[in-house]
Design a protein. Structure first.
Ligand SMILES: Cc1ncc(C[n+]2csc(CCOP(=O)(O)OP(=O)(O)O)c2C)c(N)n1
Ligand code: SF4
Lengths: 281, 384
């Protein structure tokens, strides 16, 4: 990565990170840093919010306004910030557990009201920080400490969830396609509404070791490559072939007014009404 | 059979041997091993139980209440943030009179994020109506789960078995696993009077006005008061059957003691060794360990305190704006006595700061030099 970007956006005194060798979280953070630079505005009007998990350690390392908050609630904290600081870019980073388990309700409601927040989901299909329990995106049949004989519940598809709930920018990529990831995060930040970027990433330690990938970073990265399929290619594949795969690409990119702008409009309307009343009186 | 296990697994085996039938749980450090072992035992058939991988602790407790309302024996476990998230439904579990047993691993609350031990998480739930038991070693953890079901089901009030993060949750000890047959005899299946039963429909949780609510609250208080002798009775019966007797409190060298150290959980274990050393130095000191915190054993504590000259309560918790919580409760218990001894309140070990035997000896020697308690908090070990 360009040294200037590293120096500008990283808290170098907090290095090294806590992430395990081969963890994909650092790659996502790298993309995020480049996206912040490509955003092209002062870093002083960026708020980076996380819940808790390995992924949620990101704000500890990034030199913007950062909040490390409670499990699953990052979006709710971010909502409060955005409503009072509408000019700031508010970005939430979270794990799949944070996003779709304990914080699932906040996620769908932020999508419904099209909150102008960018949610970057570090989706490793496992609770990394607590040592490998199933998450809502653990693949069917995969092994975890709370699924020692295989996960019997079906996973959530975070993209489908976001689409169904009303997010206006919805995309998925992986740590295997970094240039694309940079691009998607920038677009997400620039979207004037709720943006979701679901990033498939490996957790060699809590997931890989239990799922025949060992802790070997290369094997885990290979797995990411195998389970992700670009949209175009997916169109030519059968349902059978697509089982257990995550389709990547941009799934929605539309302009639609969100709560932040609705409020700004309302405030202006009320102001005008007051002024008119004043003129009448 | 003796088995080496960590404190967390003592909770799991306690739930297994008590034949828990439903375990809704959400992982959190330092509780994870409790539920990981249970999920394994549910999956491989060692337990005839369902493990529900819920999406948060709020759901863990809510599903526990639902399952308990069907007449099932329910177990769950959590810690700190997870327990706090349950708060709303902790009240519900009591009001619904569902005798759930839950393990809580005492961990300090965030922010700042931390995982080390402190009792403020569970003590902050003291007014929910949950019974609370603070265990000092893994054997007591396992034995207490069995006893907790027996008491909880008798009075229809849920109970928490509480242990210190890492100091106990992750420390390996040899634990005697009681025989299943004997446990089955000691703890027969749960047979509630009311349950969700298609053959006998009921409505649960209906709206109640001021004409009925008061009495329901009164009944909860009566039930938890009834639990006080019940814990003693069950602890004594446990002793007869399994050879290990338990009470509401535990005393050590109090018979001739002039001064008393009062504490709970693993801090009390450390204090016990301090008492030995102080005795060698000629001090007439004893230890009172509070095992059951809710219901609070006021009478038992009063009776021990009636014969001492002074007492010091060592708290690893704090009620901000007041003082250590065990200290408050002990003081309140003796306030109406004729000549209560002066009681000193020490706060130590916050956020998992180590409290050593030497610290306890220092605390004791410090308070012996004081004339009277000058404030409600004596800080031990805070770096200013
Ligand atoms: C209320 C509450 N429950 C549970 C936890 C424990 N906890 C911390 S992080 C985490 C899940 C981490 O998984 P994920 O969100 O997928 O992120 P990852 O670590 O995989 O990046 C859990 C369960 C907590 N901190 N607070
Ligand atoms: S446990 Fe998994 S998610 Fe957490 S840092 Fe290690 S590899 Fe990454």
């Amino acid at each position: 990565m360009k040294t200037e970007i590293v120096k500008k956006y990283l808290r170098l005194d907090k290095m090294p990170t806590v992430w395990c060798p081969g963890c994909g979280h650092g790659i996502i953070m790298g993309s995020l840093l480049r996206a912040l630079e490509l955003r092209g505005r002062s870093k002083n009007d960026i708020a980076l919010v996380s819940g808790i998990g390995c992924s949620s350690r990101t704000p500890g390392y990034v030199d913007v306004h950062t909040l490390h908050t409670t499990h699953g609630r990052a979006i709710a904290f971010a909502t409060g910030i955005k409503m009072m600081k509408p000019d700031m870019s508010v970005i939430v980073v979270m794990g799949d557990g944070d996003c779709a388990a304990i914080g699932g309700n906040h996620f769908i409601h932020a999508a419904r009201r099209n909150m102008d927040i960018t949610a970057v989901v570090y989706n490793n299909g496992i609770y990394g920080m607590t040592g490998g329990q199933v998450s809502p995106t653990t693949p069917y049949d995969a092994f975890a400490t709370t699924a020692p004989y295989g996960q019997m519940e079906p996973p959530f598809d975070i993209v489908e969830l976001a689409l169904g709930a009303g997010a206006t920018y919805v995309a998925r990529s992986s740590v295997h396609n970094v240039p694309k990831l940079d691009e998607l995060i920038v677009k997400g930040i620039k979207n004037n509404g709720f943006s979701v970027i679901d990033v498939i990433t490996p957790c060699p330690i809590a997931y890989g070791r239990r799922n025949k990938l060992t802790a070997d970073p290369m094997k885990n990265m290979q797995w990411v490559k195998e389970v992700t399929v670009p949209r175009k290619k997916a169109e030519e594949m059968s349902e059978e072939e697509l089982r257990g795969k995550w389709i990547t690409g941009v799934f929605r990119d539309v302009e639609h007014v969100g709560l932040v702008n609705l409020y700004i409009e309302l405030e202006e309307k009320l102001k005008r009404a007051k002024e008119n009343k004043g003129e009448e009186a | 059979m003796r088995k080496v296990m960590i404190g967390n697994h003592a909770l799991s085996y306690g739930a297994k041997i008590s034949r828990a039938q439903v375990i809704p749980a959400y992982p959190i450090t330092p509780q994870t091993e409790v539920v990981e072992l249970l999920s394994e035992m549910c999956a491989n058939g060692e337990m005839d139980a369902k493990f529900i991988k819920v999406e948060s602790e709020h759901s863990a407790m809510t599903a526990s209440i639902g399952a308990s309302a069907t007449g099932a024996r329910v177990f769950t476990a959590t810690s700190a943030q997870g327990l706090a998230l349950m708060h709303e439904v902790l009240h519900w579990a009591v009001g619904a009179r569902t005798p759930i047993v839950m393990g809580n691993i005492n961990r300090a609350m965030a922010p700042p994020w931390t995982i080390w031990t402190e009792q403020t998480d569970s003590l902050a739930q003291r007014d929910t109506g949950w019974m609370q038991l603070y265990a000092q070693n893994s054997q007591e953890v396992l034995d207490s789960v069995i006893q907790a079901y027996k008491v909880a089901e008798a009075v229809q009030i849920p109970a928490m078995v509480i242990l210190a993060a890492f100091v106990l949750s992750h420390t390996s000890e040899a634990v005697e696993l009681p025989e299943q047959g004997k446990v089955d005899e000691f703890l027969p299946p749960y047979e509630p009077e009311y349950r969700i039963d298609p053959a006998n429909p009921h409505a649960f949780g209906g709206l109640t006005g001021p004409d009925g609510y008061f009495e329901l609250r009164y009944q909860i208080q009566k039930a938890i008061e009834d639990a006080l002798p019940k814990w003693d009775e069950v602890g004594a019966e446990f002793g007869e059957v399994f050879g290990r007797k338990y009470g509401l409190i535990e005393t050590y060298k109090v018979e001739d003691a002039k001064n008393l150290i009062i504490s709970s959980a693993t801090l009390a274990s450390t204090a016990r060794t301090a008492v030995d050393t102080l005795r060698e130095k000629g001090e007439k000191v004893g230890l009172l360990r509070i095992r059951i915190f809710r219901p609070f054993p006021s009478a038992q504590i009063r009776s021990i305190l009636s014969s001492v000259d002074r007492a010091v309560v060592v708290d690893r918790n704090i009620s901000f704006g007041a003082s250590g919580i065990f200290y408050q409760e002990v003081k309140a218990a003796v306030y109406n006595e004729k000549n209560p001894p002066p009681i000193f309140g020490v706060i130590a070990g916050i956020g998992g700061r180590d409290v050593t035997k030497k610290d306890i000896i220092d605390i004791y020697e410090d308070i012996m030099r004081m004339d009277e308690p000058k404030s409600d908090i004596i800080w031990k070990g805070v770096r200013l």
